[in-house]
Design a protein around this ligand. Structure first.
Ligand code: NAD
Ligand code: TYD
Length: 354
């Protein structure tokens, strides 16, 4: 897998590693600002898990890893993932999301073709509903909705999805694509709306709400996403795309207020303390108005639906951030970036590298 030190990848490892002792997990992650080894500290000593620091655009490294481990499955999370950063620096999104994905595809194709076991292999590409663009007040994305990305992030993910499909059509690569709505939960970097709201509320700092806060997102608890990813990998039809979503559409302002009330309650603060922190700021350029996904396919084919209600999941998430102030402090003072050196020195891999 790639990107396992990030938000969703680390939750996936928490979900999968102990459930599947029969699988050996090799986690290739560059440890950009978004990668944090503290997210997967509890997994690092598991016998069926190995960490490799490296870049998915480093084709020699990716090839060496295929040769060493003989992977039959790739689950690809690694990406630049934040829309606002993509507006500042679109090229790094092209590099990792488009070129990095294509290097993984090309290496997998070469190795799986040579091993003659292509049909048993799987390349699972983890993607986003943002590739479909922006909805008005009604309607939903379907797997068949034409792509219409509107941010550099969404365009880079759309491009990577196209390469994944092209490798299936052209070379018969057994691929799976999942396009999921907005996730939230433990270990999410506090540049995204929900963790930013919680972290700023705790320290009583302003909470920036773009525009009037009326943009709508569909929210899904990250472990429900991980369960869906597990099912798709185990039983999904090769070549197929599956939409994944929570069925929880909220305007940003309503959601922020809901979280702020919960934080006030948890910290026994006077009602309204959090809401007073909301600060309306300039809108994001090209801000997609609404996302909503139709999950009929994954429900019908794989019998998946989210296990957590929005309220339960927000409760778990707020509690996690309140109980993990150390994690927040290490992110704020950036000391989490030195975690790798403390854990592994200057080695590339934590095992078997002599
Ligand atoms: P994240 O930004 O939290 O984590 C990304 C991880 O990828 C980090 O650990 C980072 O170090 C690693 N990485 C970045 N560039 C790399 C490179 N060149 N080589 C190797 N590793 C690299 O992202 P996330 O929120 O966990 O998202 C994971 C995937 O899920 C992404 O592909 C994203 O597009 C997709 N997705 C995210 C959401 C969401 O709400 N967060 C929703 C749907 C889909
Ligand atoms: P974000 O968490 O960045 O996810 P995405 O852009 O991928 O949907 O943003 C979620 C929504 O919250 C989006 O409509 C932008 C808005 N937003 C704010 O209003 N303020 C903020 O500080 C951030 C980060 C996002």
């Amino acid at each position: 897998m790639t990107g396992g030190a990030g938000f969703i990848g680390s939750n996936y490892l928490h979900w999968m590693v102990s459930r599947h002792p029969e699988i050996r997990f090799v986690n290739l992650d560059l440890l950009t600002y978004a990668g944090n080894l503290a997210n997967i500290e509890s997994i690092s000593a598991e016998a069926n898990y190995e960490f490799v620091q490296g870049d998915i655009t480093d084709s020699a490294l990716v090839e060496m890893l295929f040769q060493t481990h003989g992977f039959d499955t790739v689950v690809h999370f690694a990406a630049e993932s934040h829309v606002d950063r993509s507006i500042e620096d679109p090229l790094s999104f092209v590099r990792t999301n488009v070129i990095g994905t294509t290097i993984l595809l090309e290496t997998a194709r070469t190795f799986w073709k040579a091993s003659d076991s292509m049909s048993l292999c799987r390349f699972h590409h983890v993607s986003t509903d943002e590739v479909y663009g922006s909805l008005g007040t009604t309607g939903q994305f379907l797997e068949s909705t034409p792509y219409a990305p509107r941010s550099p992030y969404a365009a880079s993910k759309a491009s990577s999805d196209h390469f994944v499909r092209a490798f299936a059509e052209t070379y018969g690569l057994p691929i799976l694509i999942t396009n999921c709505s907005n996730n939230f939960g433990p270990y999410q970097f506090p540049e995204k709306l929900i963790p930013l709201t919680i972290v700023n509320a705790v320290s009583e700092q302003a909470i920036p709400v773009y525009g009037r806060g009326d943009n709508i997102r569909d929210w899904l608890f990250v472990l429900d996403h991980c369960e869906a990813l597990e099912l798709v990998l185990q039983r999904g039809t090769p070549g197929q795309t599956y939409l994944i979503g929570g069925g929880n559409e909220w305007s940003n302002l309503d959601l922020v207020n809901k979280i702020l009330d919960r934080v006030d309650e948890s910290l026994s603060r006077p009602e309204g303390t959090g809401r007073a922190l909301v600060s309306f700021v300039d809108d994001r350029p090209g801000h997609d108005f609404r996302y909503s996904v139709n999950t009929d396919r994954i429900q019908a084919e794989l019998d998946w639906r989210p296990s957590h209600s929005l309220d339960e999941a927000l409760e778990l998430t707020v509690t996690w951030y309140l109980e993990n102030q150390d994690w927040i402090e290490c992110v704020k003072d950036e000391s989490y970036m030195r975690y790798y050196d403390r854990m592994y020195g200057d080695r590339i891999s934590n095992k078997d590298d002599g």
